[in-house]
Design a protein around this ligand. Structure first.
Ligand code: HEC
Length: 102
C-alpha cells in the first residue's frame, strides 16, 4: 500500500523511480510525499524561491523545521507543513534529506 502511494507521489512529481538514489527507498519516505512538489524527491528544488534540501546539514534541517513549527522562523507554507510533523518525523526527514547527494 505504501509502495503504491509512493509510486503515485513520484508519478505526480514526474520523476521516474529508476532515477532515484537508493536512500530514497527507505521506509519513512511516506513522510516527504507532500514535500516533493516544492523541494523535489531528490531534495533539489525546481523553483528558484525554494531552497534545496539535498545534502544539507542534519542539525540545520532539524532546527529549521522546529523553528517553523514554533513560529521562530516565519513562512506561511512551511509553518503549515511543519504543524503536522512529530519530533520523530523531523528527525527522520532531516536524516533523509541530509543523506542525499547535493
Ligand atoms: C508549497 C511549497 C512547499 C512545500 C509543500 C514544502 N516546502 Fe519546505 N520550504 C518552502 C519554501 C519556499 C522554503 C523557504 C522558506 C523561506 O523563505 O524562509 C522552505 C524551507 C524549508 C526548509 C528550510 C531550508 C533551509 O535551507 O533553510 C526545510 C527544512 C523545509 N522547507 C522542509 C520541508 C519539508 C520536510 C516539507 C514537507 C513536509 C516541506 N518543506 C514542504 C516551500 C515548501
Amino acid at each position: 500500500m505504501a509502495i503504491v502511494m509512493i509510486a503515485r507521489a513520484l508519478a505526480v512529481a514526474g520523476i521516474a523511480c529508476a532515477a532515484l538514489p537508493a536512500a530514497a527507498q527507505q521506509p519513512r519516505r511516506d513522510l516527504i510525499s507532500e514535500c516533493i512538489a516544492c523541494h523535489g524527491a531528490d531534495g533539489i528544488a525546481k523553483d528558484k524561491d525554494v531552497p534545496h534540501l539535498a545534502g544539507q546539514n542534519y542539525a540545520y534541517l532539524v532546527k529549521q523545521m522546529q523553528d517553523f513549527q514554533k513560529g521562530r522562523r516565519p513562512h506561511k507554507e512551511m509553518r503549515v507543513m511543519s504543524r503536522a510533523m512529530t519530533d520523530s518525523d523531523i528527525v527522520d526527514i532531516a536524516d533523509y534529506y541530509a543523506s542525499l547527494p547535493r
